[in-house]
Write a protein that binds this ligand. Structure first.
Ligand code: PMV
Length: 360
């Protein structure tokens, strides 16, 4: 598919008003997306677990307006106007307008709320952009009833990508790949796809306990971080490595080989942060407590053989991943040993999920 496939047909009559609500989850990458080309095209393919508990709920109320000259919208977070989020939505509307030409015909009231606290250090851009894209797709579906479910999800993912790259992996569950990779049939740079190969039962109810090590704003945004991959001395090897890791994951997923899974997931997390540390300018997002947690996970795994591992986002928080079968042991270890490293002892118990859903 190409971009052109997402241009809509002529619409019939536009409804005068309506209201739609979608809830979209966050996701955690196993193979990381870090580095992009123009137009939100990823420099390498990535794969993620769709989460369940960490999610954004967005309600879009739309009312037809007389003039079609510009975008008109109000944005509310937890019922309060949120002016500083508006430029991001404005940019998003500009990027997707060709694909959703009705955007200038309405005034939109966008009401959004997250299940996780705004200041938790968990980015809401993936779940937020996914939820908004699904609401907009729902409007398009009202204008063109011939849209099938498969196209609906693809285009929602395509739109979400233009809002925030990793958001394209937050439409469906439970294992999503985004980015062209010769080893994965039907993979695309334009949208995420459900992983098309066999996935062992052991991955079915995977847990992700998110340890909130540092809840403040990041010092370096992911937009800046992605851009620093342009002249990065290790960029080409890193991109190659991501392709290689996706190849390796194929048999790991089908056989349920947790030892090898852990090796790739932890290496990917540390490589992401190694790219940050070797950018120019360089930066470090991990905190001393991030390191303490990693070391404790390694010791615990060595002593007990419990297959628990970590991954990291672009921040100091640690995602602790483990299969359903070791849930009790893992939770006990987390509570006894790791929670002490969290800011105010805060953590979130999440797990692999089935993707976004429409409410009301
Ligand atoms: O979607 P963005 O532009 O915020 O980038 C997210 C990048 C990482 O979270 C660090 C990795 C990933 O693949 O999700």
């Amino acid at each position: 598919m190409t971009q052109k496939d997402f241009l809509p047909k002529q619409y019939a009559d536009l409804p005068t008003e309506g209201k739609i609500t979608w809830k979209a989850p966050s996701n955690i990458a196993l193979v990381k997306y870090w580095g992009k080309k123009e137009n939100q095209i990823p420099a390498n393919p990535s794969i993620s677990f769709t989460l369940d508990a960490c999610a954004t709920t967005t309600t879009v109320t739309f009312t037809k307006k007389a003039d079609k000259t510009g975008f008109s919208f109000d944005l509310l977070l937890d019922g309060e106007p949120k002016e500083d989020f508006k430029p991001k939505i404005q940019t998003f509307f500009e990027r997707v307008h060709d694909f959703l030409p009705f955007l200038k015909s309405y005034h939109f009231k966008i009401e959004t709320s997250n299940t996780f606290p705004h200041s938790s250090g968990i980015a809401s851009s993936a779940s937020g952009m996914a939820a908004l894209s699904l609401c907009l797709m729902d409007i398009e579906k009202q204008l063109d009833s011939s849209l099938n479910q498969q196209f609906f999800n693809k285009k929602a993912s395509f739109l979400a990508r233009l809002g925030s790259g990793s958001a394209c992996r937050s439409i469906e569950g439970d294992l999503i790949q985004w980015g062209m990779h010769t080893g994965t049939a039907k993979s695309s740079d334009l949208f995420g796809i459900q992983y098309p190969y066999e996935v062992n039962e052991v991955f079915k109810n995977y847990h992700d306990t998110i340890l909130l090590v540092h809840k403040g704003e990041k010092q370096v945004s992911s937009t800046v971080g992605h851009n620093l991959m342009h002249d990065h001395p290790f960029a080409q090897n890193r991109f190659k490595q991501a392709h290689g890791n996706l190849d390796k994951l194929k048999s790991i997923f089908s056989e349920g080989d947790l030892e090898k899974f852990i090796e790739i997931v932890e290496s990917e997390a540390l490589t992401l942060h190694a790219m940050m540390m070797t950018s120019m300018p360089y930066f470090i997002l991990m905190k001393p407590d991030t390191m303490e947690i990693i070391n404790k996970i390694w010791s615990f795994r060595k002593e007990t053989k419990v297959p628990i591992c970590f991954t990291l986002d672009a921040g100091a928080n640690v995602h602790v991943l483990y299969p359903e079968a070791v849930k009790e042991k893992a939770i006990q270890f987390i509570q006894n040993e790791l929670v002490a490293h969290c800011e105010n002892g805060h953590y979130i118990c999440d797990r692999i999920g089935n993707g976004a859903r429409k409410l009301n």
